[in-house]
Write a protein that binds this ligand. Sequence first.
Ligand code: SF4
Ligand code: SF4
Length: 114
Amino acid sequence: MSEVIIAKCGLSCTDCGAYQATIADDDELRKMTAEEWSKMYGGSIAPESINCLGCQEKDETKVFGHCTVCGIRTCAKEKGYTTCADCPDFGCDKVAELWKHASFAKTNLEALRA
Ligand code: SF4
Ligand code: SF4
């Protein structure tokens, strides 16, 4: 896969199970991703909901539901930034909280800022 999609928060959408399952239209991967996320986030995520073309997709109906209501994504979108790397408040409390659990997201955005 040559194209790399970096989410506004720095996560790599191209490495995400939802993105990969959508691109390949792979129902087995949808099921595995739904099970993994249900365990991780303590809910019940339906395999049918695992559809996403990534954080930068303009059509909101093609973005995974949780990501359409993500506070970081909404904030960056409202400010017109492709990613938080463009923001003068880079490293704000919202992204810092995420980065505690996903330091590679911070690394991805630092690379964009370099
Ligand atoms: S926007 Fe989509 S591809 Fe990116 S992290 Fe969220 S669910 Fe995964
Ligand atoms: S304020 Fe924080 S969440 Fe909003 S665009 Fe800037 S860095 Fe991203």
